[in-house]
Design a protein around this ligand. Structure first.
Ligand SMILES: Nc1ncnc2c1ncn2[C@@H]1O[C@H](COP(=O)(O)OP(=O)(O)OP(=O)(O)O)[C@@H](O)[C@H]1O
Length: 264
C-alpha cells in the first residue's frame, strides 16, 4: 500500500484497442506502468503502433479493453468528469471544429473545472491564464479568432489552455507535430521545466525521438512485440531502443544516444 501511494499513475495488465458489436481489435496488451510524480515521459513508437490509442485510454477518452488504470490510487473509472478535469489535461493535435471563439476565450476555458456555473473568472484565474500565455509565447494571439491561427500557433495555444487548467498531469499527443525547430525545442524545454520545477507529470507522445532521448526522464516504448517503460538511461543501457524500429535504414547509436542512418 505504501509503495502504491507514491505512484501518480499505475497501470495494471492493460489492453487497449477498439470494440464494436461485431468485433474487438486489440492494439496492445499486457501494459504495466508505474509512474512517480514530477517526471517527463516520452511515449515513442512507429506510426500506427498505438500511441494515441494509449493516451486516449489513459485519459478516459476511450474505454479500456482489459485491466485497470489508477490515478493517485483512484480507479480512473471512479473519477467524475470534473475530478478528472482537475487532475489531468489533454492536448490533442486535431483541429478544432470551426468556432468563433477568440484565443483568450479558448484558453480561459481551461479554468472551467475551477470556476462557478456562470464561468466567472477571479483575479487568480486571470493571473493563471496570463502566465499560460506568457509561457507559451502566445500573448500576441489573445484577440485572434481560433480559426485564424496557423497549425503551429493553434498547437501552442492548446498547450496554453492545458497550462491554464493547471493540473498535476498533462498528457500531450504529438504536441510539436506542426512546430518549427525553435518552437519544438521551446515546447520541450517548457514541458521539462514544468516537470522538474513544478513537479508536474508530463506524458508526451512524439516522433522527436532524439529530443526525447535527451530530455525525457522516462520512456514508454511501444513495439509490435513488447511494451517497455523505464528510466531513459537504463533503457539505453539495456539496448531497449533497438526494439523501436524494425528498419535496416536506421540504428540506435548508444554512444551518441541517437538514432543514426545505418552504414550498409
Ligand atoms: N477508431 C478506430 N477503430 C479501429 N482502429 C483504429 C481506430 N483508430 C485507430 N485505429 C487503429 O489503431 C492503430 C493504432 O493507431 P494510433 O493512432 O493509436 O497509432 P499512433 O501510434 O498514434 O500512430 P501515429 O504515430 O501514426 O500517430 C492503427 O492501426 C489504427 O489504424
Amino acid at each position: 500500500m505504501k509503495d502504491q501511494a507514491k505512484h501518480i499513475i499505475k497501470i495494471d495488465n492493460l489492453s487497449i484497442g477498439y470494440s464494436s458489436k461485431k468485433k474487438t481489435i486489440t492494439i496492445a496488451s499486457n501494459l504495466n506502468i508505474q509512474l512517480q510524480t514530477g517526471n517527463m515521459v516520452c511515449l515513442l513508437g512507429k506510426n500506427g503502433i498505438g500511441k494515441s490509442t494509449l493516451l486516449r485510454t489513459l485519459t478516459k477518452v476511450q474505454p479500456t479493453l482489459k485491466g485497470e488504470i489508477f490515478i493517485n490510487n483512484a480507479n480512473l473509472n471512479s473519477l467524475s468528469n470534473n475530478e478528472l478535469a482537475k487532475t489531468l489535461s489533454l492536448v490533442l493535435t486535431e483541429r478544432l471544429p470551426d468556432s468563433s471563439l477568440t484565443v483568450f476565450e479558448l484558453v480561459a476555458l481551461g479554468r472551467q473545472p475551477f470556476t462557478n456555473w456562470i464561468g466567472y473568472l477571479t483575479s487568480e484565474d486571470l493571473q493563471i491564464i496570463y502566465t499560460a500565455f506568457e509561457k507559451t509565447n502566445t500573448k500576441h494571439l489573445m484577440n485572434s479568432k481560433c480559426y485564424e491561427l496557423s497549425d503551429g500557433q493553434l498547437q501552442r495555444v492548446l498547450i496554453a489552455r492545458a497550462l491554464a487548467q493547471n493540473t498535476p498531469i498533462i498528457v500531450l499527443d504529438e504536441p510539436t507535430a506542426h512546430l518549427d525547430i525553435h518552437h519544438t525545442i521551446n515546447t520541450f524545454s517548457l514541458l521539462k521545466n514544468l516537470a522538474s520545477e513544478f513537479n508536474k507529470t508530463i506524458i508526451i507522445s512524439t516522433h522527436e525521438t532524439n529530443l526525447a532521448l535527451q530530455l525525457a526522464d522516462e520512456l514508454w516504448l511501444m513495439s509490435p512485440s513488447k511494451f517497455i517503460s523505464g528510466k531513459t538511461d537504463e533503457l539505453i543501457e539495456k539496448n531497449a531502443l533497438d526494439l523501436l524500429f524494425d528498419s535496416k535504414l536506421i540504428s540506435f547509436n548508444k554512444t551518441l544516444k541517437q538514432f543514426t542512418i545505418s552504414n550498409s
